[in-house]
Structures are given as C-alpha cells and as structure tokens.
Write a protein that binds this ligand. Structure first.
Ligand code: ATP
Length: 192
C-alpha cells in the first residue's frame, strides 16, 4: 500500500489537521494516511513552552480521527531515538513495513524550511513528497523536484498555537476542535 506520513506535534490536533488528512485520503493520493505524533520537533523544541505530554497528544489525535476512514494515528516515533529526524523515521518505517511505500506529506510552510531539514536531499531522492498549500505561503511550482507533487486541500486558518493561547485565556475555540478533544482538554486541564 501507499502510505502517507503526516507528522507533527499535534499540540493539540485541530480541524485543520483532520480535514487535511481526510482530504488527502479522499482524493486517492494515498491508500492510508498515518498521522505520526512526534515526541519533539527538533526545529521547534526551543519555541514551544506549553507542550502537552505525549500520551495526551496521542489520545487527542485518536479521538479526533475516530471514524475518518483511512486515517490512522501512529506512535511509531516514540520508540525511536531522539531527535526524531524525518529521514530516520522514514528509513525505520520502511524497514518495519517493507511491503508499503511511504510518501511524505508536508505543508508549504515546511517546504519553505525544507532545505534546513536533516539530510533533505536524501529525503527527496528516496521518497515521494506531497505538499499541501498553507495560507500565506507562496509555492514556486516551476522549481520543484520530480518527486514532489503539490496537492489541493481545504485551507483553514487555524494553528495549535492559537488554540493553546485561547484556552489559556479561557476560550476553547470549539469551532476548530473535535468535540471529544475539547472535552479532553477541559477534563485534563491542558494548556492553562
Ligand atoms: P503549532 O501552532 O504548535 O506550531 P500547528 O498547528 O502548525 O502547530 P503542527 O503540530 O506543527 O501544528 O502540525 C503538523 C503539520 O500540520 C504541520 O506540518 C503543518 O504544516 C500542518 N498544519 C498546521 N495547521 C494546519 C492547518 N490549519 N491546515 C493544514 N495543515 C496544518
């Protein structure tokens, strides 16, 4: 099977994430999409002060994707050495599941920073990459490597950072959260 790998801290997971995941599968771009909850993003470790424990982020991702066909949550990176660089994760996935083809799914925001990723050239050489658009990120589609494809998905102007900030101020932004996730955040007093 062709498996899309969609990684992030999902701190917390929101409708921008889930609608995107559902759309990639619905368009038949992959057979399944695995949402990989990362223990720590090497480029973000200094920026995010309010990071919920791994168990919480994983659980919220499971709650939010329940019932979305073809979208699965994976804790694969939890068992890998830190920092969890994408090239290592993809290599380990390929070793663990030689029967599958793994495709990297990233946002245009990440594509802008992609040259800074650890072993970026090797990722491009070995794997297909699907790039989805993000508001405010221009993509120069004339200069993309052959292994890279730009895909159209719904755009939602929301981020986990905005959600964490609003929860802190006592507002839950329920419009952008799965109802079960909103309840989970409240019950476990996250992001206060
Ligand atoms: P933060 O605000 O904490 O940086 P985030 O909302 O950007 O978080 P991440 O956990 O970093 O979420 O997201 C993982 C991936 O999801 C990122 O690569 C990012 O491109 C993508 N993403 C984030 N927000 C959206 C959105 N609204 N629509 C589609 N994709 C999104």
């Amino acid at each position: 099977m062709r498996i899309g790998i969609y990684g992030g801290s999902f701190n917390p997971i929101h409708k921008g994430h889930t609608q995107l995941a559902a759309s990639i599968v619905a368009q038949g771009l992959v057979d399944e999409l695995w949402l990989l909850v990362s223990p720590l993003n090497p480029l973000k470790s200094g920026e995010v002060s309010n990071i919920a424990e791994y168990e919480h982020r994983l659980k919220m991702a499971e709650l939010a994707t329940e019932g979305i066909e073809g979208v699965n949550v994976s804790d694969f990176e939890r068992h890998l050495p830190l920092p969890s660089y994408t090239i290592n994760t993809l290599g380990e996935l390929q070793k663990a599941y030689p029967e599958h083809e793994f495709v990297l799914v990233i946002g245009a925001d990440n594509w802008e920073r992609f040259p800074r990723w650890y072993h970026a050239d090797e990722i491009i050489e070995k794997y297909h990459i699907l790039i989805y658009r993000r508001p405010g990120c221009e993509l120069d589609e004339t200069a993309l490597p052959a292994s890279v494809q730009v895909v159209d998905t719904p755009l939602y102007d929301v981020s986990s950072t905005k959600i964490r900030e609003s929860v802190k101020k006592g507002r839950m932004m329920r419009r952008w959260l799965d109802e079960k996730v909103a309840r989970y955040i409240k019950r476990h007093h996250l992001y206060l």
